[in-house]
Design a protein around this ligand. Structure first.
Ligand code: UT7
Length: 331
């Protein structure tokens, strides 16, 4: 219960994936890898790849249109737009402002939020706080990412992992007793910032011919070290958000963990004591789509009837920063 007695209702969700599918067999033609290695080490079979005229704001727009339709509201009823992304159309203006333009609305505030793969959980925390404070009533929250455009397609250790996609959620003020957000837990530790990052393109190493030649504009990752900390922090976040919600594992219909690696998902499920048949999996067809992962998965779970009204679900994420977070929702 918050002091204003305002709760948060999730009105609807939507998602959008680019039409191009990149298979493991396609990747065998690009780098020295195999379908067998990728499937057994990551669980990924295919991922979606955006076109050259299909920037992050375009996927965000299509996911938002779906979410608005499923929520039965029009863009004019929105009070705020938040886009979580690490792959904005450009450094500025924000992708949220570009999305606002595409939606044909003006004047409402719009900003991007950067927390890498945990972005959408951070976004839920921010949207919840704005609504509960009474500052904004109805918020469009979008996770939109095009990792394919920041990937080094000659690096087999990273290029097999990522994909593109977007998911959107509309949240609005509701009586406290009807709230759909039961808890949110967030964390970060910047001392791990050198394990998963893009070296150049910011103020530390502005773009030069040298940064381009040295491929400093694409993802660098120490996979093995990231893997271990991801398991630890996702399990921790999952337990903390559950504790804060007052729910037990048996009360939950579904767990939606960040889809970075099937082996990470299995290790987290084991650590928190959840059976794999309660764990949502779509990594085989999406790869890792950073902050768009948990929301597109939630949207799919709702659309396919895996989640019904009244069901309780936990979203759990981990990403560069490092950042981590989890939220327990009542659908
Ligand atoms: O979203 C944010 C979080 N991101 C993550 O959570 C990713 C976390 N890390 C991972 O998912 C895994 O560490 C990877 C999938 C990136 C790598 O799997 P791994 O089991 O940790 O493999 P590894 O890095 O220990 O490499 C094992 C072997 C190496 O060969 P040698 O040195 O044993 O001869 C690699 O060179 O596999 C080789 N390898 C590959 N072989 C075929 C690495 N990538 C590939 C590849 N195809 N694509």
């Amino acid at each position: 219960m918050n002091k204003n007695n305002i709760g948060v209702k999730i009105l609807g969700t939507g998602s959008c994936f680019p039409s191009k599918i990149l298979t493991n067999n396609d990747l065998e033609q690009i780098v020295n890898t195999s379908d067998e290695w990728i499937k057994s080490r990551t669980g990924i079979k295919t991922r979606r790849i955006s076109g050259s005229n299909e920037p992050t704001s375009e996927l965000a727009y299509k996911a938002s249109v779906e979410a608005l339709k499923n929520s039965h509201i029009c863009p004019e009823q929105l009070d705020l737009i938040i886009v979580t992304t690490i792959t904005p159309d450009m450094l500025f203006p924000s992708t949220a402002c570009l999305l606002q333009k595409k939606l044909g609305i003006h004047a409402i505030p719009a900003f991007d939020l950067s927390a890498a793969c945990s972005g959408f959980i951070y976004g839920i925390a921010v949207a919840k706080s704005f609504i509960e404070s009474g500052l904004y009533k109805t918020i469009l929250l979008v996770g939109s990412e095009e990792l394919s455009k920041i990937t080094d397609w000659t690096d087999r250790t990273t290029c097999v992992l990522f994909g593109d996609g977007a998911g959107a959620m509309i949240l609005t003020a509701a009586p406290c007793e009807n709230t759909n957000i039961l808890s949110v837990f967030l964390g970060a530790d910047g001392s791990y910032s050198n394990l998963l990052y893009i070296p150049a393109g910011g103020t530390l190493h502005p773009t030069t011919q040298e940064t381009v030649i040295k491929k400093m504009h694409t993802i660098k990752m120490q996979g093995k070290r990231v893997f271990k900390i991801a398991v630890m922090k996702m399990s921790y976040a999952a337990k903390k958000a559950l504790e804060l919600s007052g729910k037990k594992i048996k009360d939950l219909q579904l767990f939606i963990p960040h889809q970075a690696n099937m082996r990470i998902i299995e290790a987290v499920a084991k650590k928190i004591g959840v059976s794999m048949n309660k764990v949502f999996i779509n990594i085989y067809k999406t790869g890792n789509i950073s902050s768009a992962t948990t929301i597109t998965a939630l949207d799919e779970a709702i659309r396919t009837g895996m989640l019904k009204q009244g069901d309780i679900v936990e979203l759990i994420a981990f990403g560069s920063g490092f950042t981590w977070g989890a939220t327990v929702l009542k659908i």
